[in-house]
Write a protein that binds this ligand. Structure first.
Ligand SMILES: [Ca+2]
Ligand SMILES: [Ca+2]
Length: 234
């Protein structure tokens, strides 16, 4: 190596190159720095009152990452729509930023369980920006979403898995977010006919992140060092 400047430049550029390729898929519990579940309630078997504890087989966050669509983490219901259970996830490493995500929701066909949840993006578990609401399938309706934060992030419907599972897709267009929050907004009584329910059910969740855009700044630094090396040789 003729120039120490060139050697430094290549090392810096190499680091930037590997960082740029280091997209991370978060689809296990260990792929998140923090998972903070605060479940709401469920209704009793008559569907007329709230019971404090969500069913035991629906309170494991691991259910979202086990590859099975018949296991789920349920957010749980609130005393009024909008204050139900919540789930906060911060990716690891926390210096990465969320680029996209997909969620599979599970509701038995014609169950009458009208469920919904808001989606928010945040930084280190705070500074939340609500980006929209996800709604499940239900009799006379189809799964749907609303977008609140365009053009910073978009929610869309993925290809249908089957009649009881719906895929929602998150695309982050700008902003450095490392946290994601789901908050249940399901009504727990619907026309007086609601049955036992546990709120919005997340059967599968996957998030993809990329290194923070400071990699661009590092690339700029590498070019500056290269420029210095050329001037040194001249
Ligand atoms: Ca599952
Ligand atoms: Ca459901």
């Amino acid at each position: 190596m003729k120039s120490p400047f060139l050697a430094i430049a290549l090392v810096v550029m190499g680091a930037v190159g590997s960082a740029a390729n280091a997209d991370v898929v978060h689809n296990t519990v260990d792929a998140f720095d923090i998972i903070n579940a605060s479940q709401g309630k469920k209704t009793n078997d008559a569907g007329t009152a709230l019971v404090p504890i969500v069913d035991a087989n629906r309170n494991r966050v691991e259910n979202m990452f086990d590859g099975s669509l018949t296991t789920a983490f349920s957010l749980g219901l609130g005393d009024t729509p909008g204050n139900g259970g919540s789930l906060v996830l911060t990716i690891k490493p926390t210096t990465n930023v969320i680029a996209s995500g997909s969620l599979v929701e599970w509701t038995n066909l014609n169950s009458g369980h009208q469920e919904s949840a808001t989606v928010s993006l945040g930084v280190d578990g705070g500074s939340w920006e609500e980006i929209g609401t996800l709604k499940n399938t239900q009799p006379g309706n189809v799964a749907s979403f609303s977008n609140l934060l365009q053009p910073y992030a978009l929610l869309s419907l993925g290809s249908a898995v089957n009649t009881v599972h719906t895929t929602f897709v998150l695309t982050v267009l700008s902003g450095n977010f490392n946290s994601l929050r789901f908050q249940d907004t399901s009504p727990y009584l619907l026309n007086g006919t609601t049955k036992d329910r546990d709120g919005f059910d997340i059967a599968n969740l996957s998030v993809t992140s990329v290194p923070e855009p400071t990699a661009l700044a590092l690339a700029g630094a590498a070019l500056l060092v290269l420029g210095a090396a050329r001037r040194f040789k001249a």
